[in-house]
Design a protein around this ligand. Structure first.
Ligand SMILES: [Zn+2]
Length: 491
């Protein structure tokens, strides 16, 4: 008979860095906490002996993560018997300091309860950043003081794409694919945000709010058409109804439009205590700027060459705006093109080794070589809205194929030269929600693939390999299902 090692049977996910298994168990629930400044940030030592449990850490996060590990190790007693913990000596610390999950509340809206469940599950897997996508072409989800029209017009759609259709590739007029069902108004108040921020902080998760600019702002333009280059295009006064990329973007020649974004970001800086604010920066067509008199006047006044220079101009403006408020800007890979201050962090979804126009230029590798800190989120490893390669999968995906094994093979430092590796902060699983309707398909798409990303980001090069992970996942998946998580099968 082949015995599973105790840790395989215990199914610790992510697996701790160093584990020594000893004989015996501990049935005493009291934990002794000690501090040792030499232990790395978020790291801990956990000693379980028959006579008691000791946790040593240098910070509160390390102490918390020791508790997360212990919770997974617990063997419930039942019938009057105490819970037992197998005797181990663990030394553990994360390989990467950015271990993120992205949450798109704009294409579909999930709300506070689903957010809290997601934060609970993230904490159980030692994720520490929730990237909260709050504004988009298809919905504006944040109530901003002084701008009441934002949620009045921007948080409700008269229709959405019908389930099973793919109105995504720019065919805005494809009305046959729309369901005609009013969606919203859905948005968060000041009190909602404070509640979520506090809930996350209790779990050592920092919320990173995302306010998209200068593209992906159609819902805001529905509320304030005067901030568009062509206000007449906004006469329907509602967000974009289909998915895909929108040509109507923020008019960068209009001082009032810039002031509007400043007011939004100023409020966001006060509402979210975290150190980073995501300002989008992706997929911004320049066609409106090219023919807009105000944008052309801006180009002239600022000594810019043409409309291609407008996005770097506005990026520099808001990177500095955030710096002045003690925050760092984060944005999608192409926002780093041009002369951008080095405090700006890149979030890279394109891969340097893959083809496609401009991929080399905007790659995280290239940006890290230029001195920017980078969070790696390459589509073919980290996009949880891509199909997971399961037979008879009942849910719809945006496309692609990212299996559990593919997620586990993610290496944030892939192709990054040694001298630039210090700029790789970590990585993140991205849950875009065009084709994710509710909490059930959201969970299905996240779990178990986010377990693989959690282990990659916690262990880095020390991950033990997919076979070892998969053996633990057989048990860990049952744990998730026992918690009523709609976890997909492993294969
Ligand atoms: Zn304009």
């Amino acid at each position: 008979m082949v015995m599973l090692s105790m840790l395989t049977a215990l199914a610790l996910v992510p697996r701790p860095e160093k584990v020594v298994e000893n004989a015996g168990t501990c049935v005493k629930p009291e934990i002794r906490y000690e501090t040792d400044a030499s232990i790395p940030a978020e790291g801990y030592r956990l000693s379980v002996k028959p006579e008691g449990i000791t946790v040593v850490s240098s910070d509160a996060a390390g102490k918390y993560y020791a508790g997360v590990t212990l919770a997974q190790m617990k063997v419930p007693g039942g019938k009057g018997k105490p819970d037992a913990y197998p005797c181990v000596e663990i030394e553990d610390a994360p390989a990467y300091k950015w271990r993120g999950i992205h949450f798109d509340d704009c294409r579909h809206f999930f709300g506070k309860e689903t957010l809290k469940q997601t934060l609970d599950l993230m904490a159980q897997h030692k994720f520490n950043r929730l990237h909260w996508h709050l504004t988009e072409d298809q919905g504006w989800r944040l109530d901003i003081p002084g701008y009441p029209e934002l949620v009045k017009y921007g948080a409700v759609r008269s229709a959405s794409p019908r389930h099973g259709t793919h109105p995504h590739r720019g065919a805005k007029e494809d009305a046959a694919d729309l369901n005609g069902i009013k969606y919203g108004p859905f948005y968060y108040t000041d009190a909602d945000i404070r509640e979520i921020v506090a809930y996350a902080a209790e779990r050592h998760i920092t919320i990173v709010p995302e306010i998209e600019l200068p593209g992906h702002v159609f819902a805001a333009l529905a509320a304030y058409p005067e901030f568009a280059c062509v206000p007449e295009n906004m006469k329907a006064r509602e967000p974009r109804l289909v998915w895909g990329i929108e040509k109507d973007v923020l008019c960068l020649g209009n001082d009032k439009a810039i002031k509007f974004m400043e007011d939004v970001l100023d409020y966001v800086c006060k509402l979210f205590p975290g150190d980073v604010v995501h300002i989008g920066g992706d997929e911004c067509p320049q066609v409106r700027w090219k023919s807009c008199p105000k944008c052309q006047a801006r180009i002239k006044a600022e000594g810019l060459k043409d409309e291609h220079d407008l996005q770097p101009w506005v990026t520099r403006h808001f990177v500095k705006f955030l710096e002045a408020r003690g925050k760092r800007a984060l944005g999608w890979d192409e926002y780093l093109l041009g002369d951008i201050p080095k405090s700006a962090i890149g979030m890279n979804w394109r891969e340097s080794s893959r083809g496609g126009a401009g991929h080399q230029l905007v790659s995280g590798v290239a940006a890290a070589m230029r001195g920017h800190d980078i969070v790696m989120t390459p589509t073919s490893y980290c996009y949880l809205d891509y199909a997971q390669g399961l037979p008879d999968d009942p849910f719809q995906y945006i496309g692609g194929r990212v299996t559990l094994e593919r997620c586990y093979s993610f290496d944030p430092c892939k192709d990054v030269p040694e001298e630039a590796r210090k700029h790789i902060l970590g990585g993140q699983g991205n849950n875009w929600s065009e084709y994710t309707w509710n909490e059930f398909d959201l969970a299905w798409k996240m779990w178990p693939r986010a377990c693989a990303l959690a282990e990659v980001l916690w262990l880095g090069d020390k991950k033990p390999g997919f076979a070892d992970f998969k053996a633990r996942m057989q048990t860990h998946r049952k744990r998730l299902v026992g918690q009523k998580v709609n976890c997909a099968p492993l294969e």
